[in-house]
Design a binder for this molecule. Sequence first.
Ligand code: ZN
Length: 206
Amino acid sequence: MNRIGKLYFRYGTMGSAKTALLLTTAYNFEERGVAHLCFKPITDTRENSNVIRSRIGIERECMWIKAESNMYEIVEEIIATGGTRPEWILIDEAQFLTVDQVDQLARVVDDFGCNVICYGLRTDFKTHLFEGSRRLFEIADSIDEIKSTCSCGRKTIVNARIDGRGNIVTEGEQVEIGGNDRYVSVCRKCWTNRQIESGDRWKLPL
Ligand SMILES: [Zn+2]
């Protein structure tokens, strides 16, 4: 009988430990000898090391996905040359996948019986879906939210872009490479008011 895989989308805001979860999952597979692969779309070609790195200080090597990469052909080639079929494929920053790449991953699931877990952001700093995330919402078998908390105590929804003066900005390119802006995950209310409330639990490090 053919193995049946699944396409998973696990989304959350920045700082919701998506990458840490990916790395923990990969570590567990390694410990148990489960065949797996790790990938990450490359948006900044100035990066010189192909690693997935979590804010909490752990990292591991991964394969890069370029804008023109065909995920189906890459996995097919790995199976043909290595002889083993990866049981699990883990993808970091999946919001940066193209529609075609998500469709190719879906075919990897359906044709090869691999399980593919895509970790990524739901929306950009303007609250609009990323291309890869939109396609994953449309065709993934299983969708989970990785939740985290705004400094006011509500659930984070928006990856707010913060300028040098600490203000929330709403204009600009979806992906800013090499800019000085940074991001803070906030709830919808704080984003709508352009004002990050401080709750009892957290102090925002502005
Ligand atoms: Zn808030």
